[in-house]
Unconditional design. Structure first.
Ligand SMILES: C[S@@+](CC[C@H](N)C(=O)[O-])C[C@H]1O[C@@H](n2cnc3c(N)ncnc32)[C@H](O)[C@@H]1O
Length: 210
């Protein structure tokens, strides 16, 4: 059978099992979470703390800092950006925070969700491939016992490329935000309206670490 080499299909996110899943999130997708999903539900978060526990090169932690009073950024790997080096899944005493927000490594997403449930006071949010919503195992082990409060599906594609931000380009992978808010156990679905143009800034792509 001929291989499909269209650029969209070639950019599907597929990684070996031991990969760190080095796929930074374009900052506009984080601003979309706050402006279209979290703040309409909870109000401003400017008096609250947030932890980005898989911060990579800081492309999600930076826009989170535009909204939260305090943002702690950590990652298991040192990307040279000065963040705390910490395995989020390693049991240990950690300070509670109001929110945990991240793009978890895909193969560890469920563990990141379980761990976040134990640490976040008000809520936590994970950007995941929309395909993460499928699967009997995931339904039995996660969604039926700890359903998200909100599933927020992007209407625009969020382009994630290995190891860097890509201002242009396309992708065949659809993404959504899953948000758990304390006390909100009925899952609500929403679309994130087109917003990339409004939420994207040229400087978002000028901050790559060496
Ligand atoms: C998809 S990237 C997310 C990057 C960043 N959150 C963003 O959105 O730009 C996944 C990140 O998870 C980190 N990671 C993998 N396993 C981890 C663990 N056990 N604890 C903390 N970070 C981990 C990787 O080093 C990688 O930076």
């Amino acid at each position: 059978m001929a291989q499909n080499t269209s650029s969209a299909v070639m950019q599907q996110r597929s990684e070996p099992n031991d990969s760190l899943d080095d796929f930074p999130t374009p900052p506009w997708a984080t601003r979309a979470l706050l402006k279209h999903v979290i703040m309409p539900m909870t109000g401003p978060v400017s008096d609250q703390s947030c932890w980005e526990p898989a911060c990579n090169r800081g492309h999600m932690a930076r826009p989170l800092g535009e909204f939260f009073r305090e943002v702690v950024a950590s990652d298991v790997h040192d990307y040279g950006t000065g963040h705390v080096i910490l395995d989020f899944l390693f049991p240990g005493d950690v300070r509670k925070v109001d929110w945990i927000i991240t793009n978890p490594p895909f193969r560890l997403a469920q563990q990141f969700i379980d761990r976040s449930s134990q640490i976040a006071r008000h809520g936590f949010a994970m950007i995941v491939r929309s395909a993460f919503l499928e699967g009997v195992g995931r339904f039995n082990g996660l969604f039926s016992v700890n359903p998200p409060s909100i599933i927020a599906q992007f209407t625009e594609r969020v382009v994630m490329v290995k190891g860097r931000l890509e201002p242009k380009g396309s992708t065949a992978t659809a993404y959504c935000w899953l948000v758990w808010i304390d006390g909100e156990t009925d899952t609500r679905f929403q679309w994130i309206p087109p917003c990339r143009k409004r939420l994207e800034r040229p400087e978002d792509y000028q901050t790559e670490a060496a």
